[in-house]
Design a protein around this ligand. Sequence first.
Ligand SMILES: Cc1cc2nc3c(=O)[nH]c(=O)nc-3n(C[C@H](O)[C@H](O)[C@H](O)COP(=O)(O)OP(=O)(O)OC[C@H]3O[C@@H](n4cnc5c(N)ncnc54)[C@H](O)[C@@H]3O)c2cc1C
Length: 466
Amino acid sequence: MTAEPNERASNGPSPPEPVVGNVSVETTRTSKAVLVVGGGVVGCLTALKLGQAGVDVDIIERLPETSNAPRACGYFGAVHHMLNDIGMYKLIRAEGFMTRELSFRKPPKDDDEGRGGKVLGDIVANLPLCAPNDDLTEPGSGLLNLPQAQLNILLLREALKTGHVQIHFNNELTHITSNDDSGVTVLTHNPKSGAQRQFEAKYAVAADGAHSTARKALGLPYPGHTWPERLIATNVMVQNVEETPMHTHFVMHPTFFSISTPLQDPAMGEKTLWRWTLAADPALEKCSDEELLTDEVIYAHYARCMPGPRPLDVDIVARSVYKTHQRLVPTMRKGNVLLAGDAAHCNHPFGALGLNTGMLDGEACAEALIMTLKDSFPPAQTLNTYSDSRRKVFQFFVDPTSTQNKLRVHSNPVETAAEDDWLLRDLNHMTPKKAVEMVRPYFEVWRTDMRKAVQGQDDDPSALVN
Ligand SMILES: Cc1cc2nc3c(=O)[nH]c(=O)nc-3n(C[C@H](O)[C@H](O)[C@H](O)COP(=O)(O)OP(=O)(O)OC[C@H]3O[C@@H](n4cnc5c(N)ncnc54)[C@H](O)[C@@H]3O)c2cc1C
């Protein structure tokens, strides 16, 4: 998806263009209240909600169009209600589909036909998400599936439709300064031409991903740790031949663990698109990312975890390597800049708590800015409450849950995991009470109601500190 860059959003005559080095800096005198750094899902969702409230927003994005990298695809819990509240749930539901089950499996086993073929491994535990013919349409039910790249395009399209949002592709943030009184100044450069540009706004939202330049320019550290194994994420066309319904499933293994999830509703007997995400072989630790992405390496990984006849008849359509981390910034507010999504925190993707949490940040951060800009809430208290609330969500829910989701798949002996691990055991012996307890945090803890959170801060004098 592309949108024409706003060449010069002028608020009166422009001053002469300053020169930095040999490159002229085009000064954009903008009346925009908010500048969003990063046109990913979190940035576009934040801009959409602001635009819906009549707040003018510039988005700057370093790429020439929205990213197509193979990453998130499943959305659930309170995220459905948030998407419904901003008018997006039905649109996403119409383009996406419901995942039918989430299972934990042993590695595939021989199909006993003597030609090396494999069938799915035994189920260790299974979470049914919706019946095969169930067309869940109510927000809150099941796991809604739509590739992140498509979600990004949808959110951007709807944000632009508000008439209050503009996106400037090919503008990579190189520097950001925040001054509480006069607002935020951002310098960008065009990665292709080198042309530089300056944007100004009252507030900025740094949604520029895990390697956030904005976070670094603001001097914020990113404490936490990096998991030892890299992940190879592939989008792959796979023939659906299994009798057993094959939906999202983890392959449990101490080294070669993986998750596979459909990116299209998998019709039996047809080739459909899947995401296969594989823990990279530690023996290839010294290989570069490029070397991990060769057909040879990927097929060797598929061979261990993919069912089907051999040789495998699959077509890889996208591939990426990722390092994974558990990290959280010390504050999600620095002066007039709020951080959201992977720029503020990141976690292992098994369990789908990354983008989902980022979208809930986007909602809360847009709401905090609307309260400040439109409803005269005190800025310091409101923006600090955003930071505190969302950091608590990460510290008490997202970080431990995603850590344990990841460890569950590879650190428990697979033969005894179903009895040793409470979650796998509960899945196998589910009761209505256990089901309610299991999903409660995903509805009651994950999302932040900013207006209630600010009211709850009234007795806290530290909330008033800048
Ligand atoms: C294999 C894999 C699978 C995953 N699956 C899931 C899942 O199922 N569910 C889930 O919830 N999460 C999942 N995640 C995590 C999810 O992808 C991330 O949490 C999500 O992408 C974060 O969104 P974001 O908008 O914060 O950052 P990003 O998606 O990284 O977007 C940042 C944007 O900012 C732009 N940008 C970067 N630097 C600059 C700059 N200097 N100037 C201007 N623009 C800039 C980038 O080009 C990009 O468009 C997965 C991750 C991986 C690796």
